[in-house]
Design a protein around this ligand. Structure first.
Ligand SMILES: Cc1cc2nc3c(=O)[nH]c(=O)nc-3n(C[C@H](O)[C@H](O)[C@H](O)COP(=O)(O)OP(=O)(O)OC[C@H]3O[C@@H](n4cnc5c(N)ncnc54)[C@H](O)[C@@H]3O)c2cc1C
Length: 454
């Protein structure tokens, strides 16, 4: 191991056990072969310890602010990836408008700047009874556990239990709702595209970043237009119209890409014929008649049903087939265990969109709760609700936007009892402009400064 890496790990306080294991994500096989994997990742802290699973938008925000509000606590982030690559703004990178550097950050600098510990490892189990998280490189105890592990894909509606077909689809028609090889493969697909149909499907049910597929379609069309590529971008949407920012997207498709983008509403992907390169779609007509159509593709970006990362079920705080974390609304504290919190895209049951802005906002809020619990304060008093702002680029310069605030309102349940419900208030700006395009980048840079300090 070179000197600088040793110093870095020493400075970050990562213990001998983690160092002995390379301090990086080992595979299950190497963990199984190495008895040290059963050892503790870190020595026991003198005070309280908060373990955060997932170093993404929600997890890293919470790490920063817990440490700020309760500096006496030890905050440890467990993250399986080696480098942070942002999904927000990635559609611009896809279309060649910004370099990859703009999307990437290292995990070490933020941990050092904000005083939390970062361990690159993959979480494999959570035992709430003993308050222990197991990973491929060792285990770690916690006083409070915060999960922000994001989403997973559910291909069963398209391929049943055929996991090989599901994986083939993920690789050949990458959904690119998670950063990494899927994004890079999609970009290569676009750069190699020589004409024909470029099919983009919108997921059925709640999914990560509702405007992302519509923005991606616009940016792919922008790439075609800029590079003189003869091709069609076909958007298959199970909904009747794009949402959010529907009028803005439809205007952009019509005015900027009239011969390129074809938006097909009420078109639900039934399955994919990967050998013939055809998407099989059930179209529901306005008179409720349904029809099955086959759409050939030269390239496809097919986004399946989303579900919560398996981490939420691992902790035993998930609900339903999709496994979203079910919290005591309006807090992010688990219904099953007051020491466990879930934020970000893995949460269900709230009217919150699955966005980075919301995950960041939730990270700040949950940090206050957890810091309060650590310091013996009434943590959940004076509840603040998260808010959301989201910009979508429609070409190399212009964007549209939506802002959402939430408030706790009085309501009645089915039995007529008084209850409080969270209600959204949305403000859409569907008039595309270069000013909003500039604000998009300012927003993103502000988020990166907040989460990473640079
Ligand atoms: C194309 C696209 C564009 C988008 N644009 C926007 C936008 O403009 N604005 C906006 O607000 N949002 C946008 N989003 C949405 C945003 O990226 C997500 O909502 C946000 O990342 C959610 O944060 P999170 O913390 O819940 O999950 P993530 O940021 O995904 O973080 C989860 C982390 O958990 C880690 N993890 C998972 N399992 C394990 C394990 N077993 N062990 C260890 N680590 C694990 C993952 O590696 C990951 O780093 C966009 C998304 C996409 C796909």
């Amino acid at each position: 191991m070179n000197q600088s890496r040793r110093d870095l790990l020493k400075a970050s306080g990562i213990g001998a056990a983690a160092l002995a294991l390379g301090g990086v994500a080992a595979t299950s096989a190497s963990a199984a072969e190495n008895p040290a994997a059963a050892t503790e990742l870190l020595p026991k802290p003198t005070g309280k310890r908060v373990v955060i699973v997932g170093g993404g938008w929600g997890g890293l925000t919470a790490a920063r602010y817990i440490k700020k509000e309760a500096p006496e606590a030890e905050v440890v982030v467990l993250e399986k990836r080696d480098v942070f690559v942002s999904c927000p703004i990635s559609n611009e990178w896809l279309a060649g408008e910004i370099p990859l550097d703009f999307l990437t950050r290292d995990y070490f600098t933020a941990a050092k700047n904000y005083g939390y510990k970062m361990i690159q490892t993959t979480v494999t189990g959570i035992d709430r009874a003993s308050r222990t998280v197991s990973t491929t490189t060792g285990s770690i105890g916690y006083d409070y556990l915060l999960l922000s592990p994001g989403i997973a894909y559910d291909y069963t509606k398209w391929f049943g239990n055929d996991t090989l077909a599901a994986e083939r689809c993920r690789q050949e028609c990458p959904p690119a709702l998670m950063s990494g090889s899927e994004h890079v493969a999609l970009k290569k697909m676009l750069e190699d595209f020589e004409g024909g149909n470029f099919v983009i499907s919108v997921p059925d049910g709640p999914y990560r970043c509702p405007p992302a597929p519509y923005e991606r379609a616009a940016m792919v069309a922008h790439y075609f237009k800029k590079n003189g590529i003869e091709g069609k971008v076909i958007i298959l949407d199970p909904k009747g119209k794009p949402a959010p920012k529907g009028p803005g997207f439809l205007a952009a498709y019509k005015e900027l890409y009239p011969d390129i983008v074809e938006y097909r509403p009420s078109s639900l992907v039934k399955t994919v014929d990967l050998d013939k390169k055809e998407v099989v779609v059930t179209v529901t007509h306005p008179d409720d008649r349904t029809e099955e159509v086959r759409i050939p593709y030269a390239a496809a970006n097919l986004m399946p049903v989303n579900k919560a990362s398996e981490i939420v079920a691992m902790a035993g705080v998930s609900t339903g087939k999709a496994g979203w974390g079910m919290m005591n609304s309006p807090t992010f504290q688990s219904k099953a265990d007051e020491r466990v919190f879930v934020i970000g895209d893995a949460v269900g049951g709230y009217p919150y969109p699955k966005s980075g802005a919301i995950a960041n906002s939730q990270g700040r809020i949950v940090a206050t709760h957890i810091a309060g619990l650590i310091q013996g304060r009434p943590a959940l008093a004076n509840m603040t609700l998260p808010d959301n702002i989201c910009y979508s680029m429609v070409n190399g310069e212009e964007a549209i936007s939506i802002g959402v605030t939430f408030s706790l309102m009085d309501d009645k349940d089915v039995n007529g009892n008084d209850i409080k419900v969270i209600k959204p208030k949305m403000t859409e700006n569907n008039t595309r402009s270069t000013a909003l395009g500039k604000t998009t980048h300012e927003w993103y840079k502000g988020m990166m400064r907040d989460i990473f300090g640079s």
